[in-house]
Design a protein around this ligand. Sequence first.
Ligand code: NAD
Length: 298
Amino acid sequence: MTTLAFIGLGNMGGGMAANQAAAGRIVRAFDLSAQALQKAEAAGCTPCASAAEAVSGADAVITMLPAGKHVRGVYAADILPNAKEGALLVDCSTIDVDSARAVAALSSDAGKGFRPADAPVSGGTAAADAGTLAFMVGCEEADFAPVQRLLEPMSRVTLQAGSSGAGQAAKICNNMLLGISMIGTCEAFALAEKLGLDAQRFYDISSQSSGQNWSMTAYCPVEGVGPQSPADRAYEGGFATAMMLKDLRLAKQAAISSGGVTPLGGHAEALYAMLSEQGLGDKDFSSVIELLKRGTVT
Ligand code: NAD
């Protein structure tokens, strides 16, 4: 039976660890929050007093932490000194590409045969709870199959993006494109309204024309138009603007460190930052249409 350590049992990690336990695996869980740890215990995980204790003896370690600094800290202080020889070390957090590569290099250089992978997810807390996340993985070719088996109870699909850091690169490039395409879709609907064009008729035409895109046809930002989306519930739930802003900042950081040019990514970041400053950081990111309709973009 697989024994794994799970570190970071928050909004995402809590449901993910529960799905590992439900699949019959021994889950040695740790979080700084006592409340998160109690919830994990109720879901069948074994609570541990520290990250170091959780990883000792585990065949695999999964981390689901807020940002690069937390991942670097836990790897340096707890995981690398205490994990079992040959363990799979899989970080599912969304972090900067440089930290993901640094952590993988430290793991490989530890001389204990560790097999590191970055495996950020697409899908929010509902998918984490349901075990239907999409994982994009950066790791050595030979490690992909075991990583895929490890992630299976939490996943709908697991795809290999390339070597270390490639999972994070795929995640931020995809989310930068999503952030930009959502703003483009919102601008088109907002202008259509100004021009007196009915939103449903514009949708019917554009969704069958060259402007068609996922933000329009799967996640329409206009209430009552297209399939059910956060726009139909006052932009509650969905993918929070604050999360989109985090990913766009990671994309900017990656562009700076790699010499990439992402002018529209920069504009998108500024618009979502403005939305956050107006107190809408918790709303779904498609609520950016409200900003455009209000005409308060500076
Ligand atoms: P969260 O803040 O709810 O959970 C993070 C958990 O990590 C917290 O419970 C915190 O106590 C714990 N933690 C922090 N430092 C720790 C340490 N040193 N040792 C042990 N535990 C520690 O965040 P979340 O929403 O679960 O997101 C986790 C990651 O997943 C982030 O990188 C986020 O960007 C990414 N993500 C989130 C979503 C989402 O919809 N929430 C979607 C996709 C990806």
